[in-house]
Ligand binder design. Sequence first.
Ligand code: DAH
Length: 358
Amino acid sequence: MQDLDRIRSEALAEIAASQSLEQLDAVRVAALGKKGSITGLMKSLGAMSAEDRKAAGAMLNAARDEVSAALDTAKAVLEAGALDSRLARERIDVTLSARPETQGRIHPISQVMDEMSAIFAQMGFEVAEGPDIEDDFHNFTALNIPQEHPARQMHDTFYFGEKADGSRHLLRTHTSPVQIRTMVANKPPIRIIAPGRTYRCDSDMTHTPMFHQIEGLVIDKTTHMGHLKGCLMEFVTTFFEVDEVPVRFRPSFFPFTEPSAEVDIGCSREGGELKIGPGKGWLEIGGSGMVHPNVLRACGLDPEVYQGFAFGMGVERMAMLKYGIPDLRTFFDSDLRWLKHYGFVPFDVPTLSGGLTR
Ligand code: DAH
């Protein structure tokens, strides 16, 4: 028992000197473990007389409790210190940009279709879809383009093989068949846009066999051409993100609209730079008009009751004008350098509140 005082004060000194949880645990094992110094003294109690045991036992218990309490306190201090240093070490600067930088880019076609959809959605248009593989009825006949109509030749259609009944499926030459599908399936009021792929057997500097259009259709009982013009004027200023874009309606012909108009927007070309806005020039951006009574009739709507407007625009053209992309064919080259240059960061989803482009 003479050793107890020394063992006790050595253990307390070692506890006080411990720098880490590992060191502290080593002290605990050396004093209180199975083969520890204090445990060893406990074992020697059995060989003592009852009286000696009582006195020695009380001293041993007190020493053990004291060492044990000192261990607990030191452990708590070391643990708190370990947490503090870990927090300091793992501090993250949330103002740093993400690493590595996002690699993928949104293609300008997808971006522009998203931008257009956001603008028309704000005006109350829904997005409608139709199949790329169409039939004659939806792509032509119901749109007031009968069998021998010259407009069929103008469309340079890709046809599939003839079926037993002589009919052929085709790749839609415009997004206008979505008008038909929408009017057949829904009662007015109708207010939709239909962005999507279109196909024509045509390939040169300014044509690709696959391209994109966005179709618009509004049908109710009172919509007139003034609404069409207002709608497109609102659209172009929002889309091009400029204060003023002059809009001109040029009389034209489409079988599915009467009257029909081509839509031009104002531009200037100074120092070789094309700028959308007031200026001397005009750029065509699409076709439009009041839906032809024959089209309404083909969809089972009474033209004496219902009327409305339609429009169609080329998506590549809008992308080229807005983002200064000079060559149509580069859209479909799948050149990663091009995509890196003209593409958009995936997190910058176009919205009217957050901004179409950032
Ligand atoms: N479908 C026409 C085309 O591809 C574009 C178009 C013109 C659509 C006038 C329309 C419209 O809805 O009213 O050339």
